[in-house]
Design a protein around this ligand. Structure first.
Ligand code: GDD
Ligand code: MN
Length: 381
């Protein structure tokens, strides 16, 4: 490109300044409604990372409070700051992955925006990676020296239980695989990236489980502080999400997290169906055929709502699309039922074992419903 027509490059000196070396450390900050925390975090990063070439990428899912706008303004003043504004998408893991892949430093850190993580640990974490003592450094809340201000009793208990479960099931060695605060070598992350789920909250657990013990991990304790502004976005759906991730990793990603969530919802649907059937028969004294039909309709509707809230939370249907989606879901499930019964019959024909035939039919039904829902109900825009 001709230097003379490059904006802001009136002389070679200035042009030189424009082509600086890349950073040593990229800090990724996922945000959703964190407007009041952005400036504080930025100042703290600036203070802590004074001797390091760093950049920060905020990945904001189009926050209604305009977090992206605050970041954008900041990035106009400081080129180390960047903003990825994602529209029509939600999800913590996906935001972190996208931010890491959009950055360039050989080492990348992920830290929450809400100041609950201790950013003063970053230089220590970087040192451990840069001196090749580790591939991954985790800010841990569970090892000696760990203190927590930001955790209530109930949540601490649930979190400890989930952690134990994940560690046992997936043979994950680190103490706090649910931490949202870590630093990793870029090359190792990029190797693993294609295996990671963009769905859910547990990106670190996903990284560690997907690496199958090949990451040298070091943990450093830190104080999990109290949130300064705004509120937590983790709702009760997180528990189901987490269970799904563990199962997906257990199957070595043969089945996707989304499929597992879909199947879990299907399982809940079965309970809903039987409960409706029972109520219709016992309370309303309905004839069996009507009661069974009512059960099916109630179960399909509740499955649709649950899938819209959990399985496809990142593509949640709203307004008119919700109604259209519900009708499409009824049609998909009705055909799925035919497929279910058809397969069960033909298996039973070959081998009259009722539970084997029943299971084959149910499996066919859920695979069909899942595949067709992805095509016709929650299709990607
Ligand atoms: N881009 C984006 N999209 N960011 C999100 C989303 C989302 O859908 N949901 C949450 N975030 C951002 C928040 O703005 C915050 O910066 C960070 O992710 C963590 O979200 P919180 O809502 O503050 O989560 P938390 O404090 O309850 O949970 C933290 O601790 C957990 C361990 O107990 C997080 O660090 C979790 O990752 C961690 O597992
Ligand atoms: Mn938080």
């Amino acid at each position: 490109m001709n230097e003379a027509i490059r904006p802001g490059a009136d002389n070679p000196q200035q042009a030189q300044n424009q082509a600086q070396e890349g950073p040593e450390l990229s800090v990724i900050v996922p945000t959703f409604n964190e407007r009041d925390n952005v400036m504080v975090l930025y100042r703290r990063l600036e203070a802590t990372l004074a001797n390091i070439a760093w950049e920060v990428v905020f990945v904001d899912d189009n926050s209604p409070d305009g977090t992206w706008d605050v970041v954008r303004t900041l990035s106009q003043r400081d080129s180390r700051v960047r903003c990825v504004r994602r529209i029509g998408r939600r999800g913590l893991s996906g935001a972190c992955i996208e931010g890491i892949l959009a950055s360039s430093a050989p080492y990348v850190a992920v830290i929450d925006a809400d100041l609950q993580h201790d950013e003063t640990q970053l230089p220590k974490m970087l040192l451990l990676l840069a001196s090749d003592q580790a591939d991954l450094v985790v800010g841990s809340r569970y090892i000696e020296g760990y203190k927590s201000e930001g955790f209530n009793k109930q949540r601490a208990g649930a979190s400890a239980l989930a952690t134990e479960f994940a560690r046992k099931m997936l043979r994950v060695e680190i103490a706090d695989p649910m931490s949202g605060f870590f630093m990793i070598r870029r090359d190792r992350f990029e190797e693993l990236a294609p295996k990671l789920s963009v769905h859910g909250f547990k990106i670190l657990l996903d990284v560690v489980a997907s690496a199958h013990g090949s990451l040298r991990a070091v943990e450093i304790p830190y104080t999990f502080g109290a949130r300064q502004h705004g509120e937590s976005k983790l709702d009760s759906m997180v528990a189901l999400d987490f269970l799904g991730l563990v199962l997906a990793k257990l199957s070595n990603d043969v089945v996707s997290l989304r499929f597992i969530l879909f199947a879990m919802v299907g399982g809940i649907g079965l309970v809903v169906h039987l409960a409706t059937l029972f109520i219709a028969l016992q309370l309303f004294k309905a004839p069996f055929a009507e009661a069974q039909a009512a059960g099916a309709i109630v179960a399909m509707t509740s499955n649709f709502i649950l899938n819209n809230f959990l399985t496809y939370r990142d593509q949640r249907l709203k307004g008119f699309a919700l109604l259209r989606g519900l009708i499409a879901f009824y049609i998909v499930c009705s055909v799925g039922l035919l497929a279910n019964v058809g397969v069960a019959f033909s298996v039973y024909d070959q081998e009259p074992i009722w539970w084997l035939a029943g299971m084959a039919g149910a499996l066919m039904g859920v695979v069909w419903n899942y595949a067709m829902s992805g095509l016709f109900v929650w299709r990607k825009k």
